[in-house]
Design a protein around this ligand. Structure first.
Ligand code: NAD
Length: 255
């Protein structure tokens, strides 16, 4: 498969989970891939898994640092001359889910800073280049928690609702330049972010309960998210923009 031959893609959060699977899929379909993550260890591991013929670079990046984002984007433009695809996937959950009455302002600032403002910064600095070339595809990783949430997890859920809204507003801003912006909303997927949940469930013989509330009655795999992200990033989705696609085994089907 060569949907991405000749294309250059930046993937944030490429050092683990969904971002890693997406980078591998993009590379396996011919893209030159910029792996960006704040974990150097994760970057090296992802790079070691790429097909041997894949053209790639690894860059340590904090997506919430505008100067660093700006520098990365100009480096990529200089090195490759083009950016066709941006996968805005880096994210943090914060780890604990206290009720709103116990929320800390600093946690909100940190989580929104990475998940929402980080995504905005990447779009802000990549999109002008795409506008100039009159082509580009941006895919943001939101979450089903951004569609509807439960108790706790306020800053995470709010950040992901923000990512869905950012997807819509950016699609409106950029549609006239033939730049598409979409999002995926994963349900529960086994990754670094959810490791503690999976470890706990396995240690307590509750693995069968993971993902059991969704219609397919199982949790998702990073590769299943990568497939949806790559679809939205590809010309197969040439008439789709401003959409947030749940990839959740039907979790949101019965909302
Ligand atoms: P993960 O922890 O395996 O991967 C996230 C990656 O983002 C890590 O490699 C981490 O180092 C990187 N990262 C974190 N902060 C960063 C920053 N400031 N700058 C650059 N890189 C940073 O988790 P994942 O599940 O693969 O997460 C990918 C995306 O999917 C996230 O946006 C997450 O919110 C979203 N998501 C995950 C699930 C799930 O069940 N795993 C569900 C819904 C949404």
């Amino acid at each position: 498969m060569t949907r991405f031959t000749g294309r250059v893609a930046i993937v944030t959060g490429a050092g683990s989970g969904i971002g890693r699977a997406t980078a591998l899929r993009l590379a396996s379909e011919g893209a030159r891939v910029v792996l960006a993550d704040w974990s150097e260890e994760g970057l090296l591991e992802t790079a070691s898994l790429l097909p041997s013929e894949a053209v790639h670079v690894e860059r340590k990046l904090d997506v919430s640092d505008e100067d660093a984002v700006k520098a990365l984007v100009s480096e990529v433009k200089e090195q490759f001359g083009q950016i066709d695809i941006l996968v805005n996937n880096a994210g943090i959950s914060g780890g604990s889910y206290p009720p709103v009455t116990e929320n800390e302002k600093a946690d909100w600032e940190k989580i929104l800073g990475v998940n929402l403002i980080g995504a905005m910064l990447m779009i802000k600095h990549v999109a002008p280049h795409m506008q100039e070339r009159q082509q580009g595809a941006i895919v943001n990783t939101a979450s089903v928690a951004g569609i509807r949430s439960g108790a706790g997890g306020n800053p995470y859920s709010a950040s992901k609702a923000g990512v869905i809204n950012l997807t819509q507003t950016a699609a409106c801003d950029l549609g006239g330049y033939n730049v598409r912006v979409n999002a995926v909303c994963p349900g529960l997927v086994e990754t670094g972010m959810t490791k503690a949940v999976f470890d706990y469930a396995r240690a307590n013989e509750k693995e069968h309960k993971l993902g059991s509330r969704c219609e397919l009655r199982r949790y998702g795999r990073p590769e299943e998210l990568a497939a949806a992200i790559c679809f939205l990033a590809s010309d197969d989705a040439s008439y789709i923009t401003g959409q947030a696609l749940p990839v959740d085994g039907g979790n949101t089907a019965s909302l």
